[in-house]
Write a protein of this length. Structure first.
Length: 71
C-alpha cells in the first residue's frame, strides 16, 4: 500500500501513475481525490510534515518493475 499525503487549496485533484521508460505506460488514474489544506510545520526538514494521508492505493502485481511517476 502507498499513502499519498497531499496539501492543496483546491477541493480535489487528479492523479495519474505512469511507468517511466522508453515507452511511458499509464497504469492508474483517477479524477476526483478530495484534498484539504494541511499546514507545513516550521521545522519540516527536521520533523516531517505530519500530514494525514489523503489517498491510498495498492501497487498491482501486474505493474512491471521500473521507475514510476505520480502526477
Amino acid at each position: 500500500m502507498v499513502d499519498l499525503h497531499i496539501s492543496s487549496t483546491a477541493s480535489s485533484c487528479r492523479l495519474e501513475i505512469v511507468r517511466d521508460g522508453a515507452v511511458e505506460t499509464s497504469v492508474y488514474g483517477t479524477d476526483d481525490i478530495a484534498t484539504i489544506w494541511q499546514e507545513t510545520p516550521d521545522q519540516v526538514s527536521v520533523t516531517g510534515c505530519g500530514w494525514e494521508p489523503t489517498f491510498t492505493f495498492q501497487v498491482h502485481d501486474s505493474w512491471p518493475s521500473g521507475a514510476y511517476r505520480i502526477a
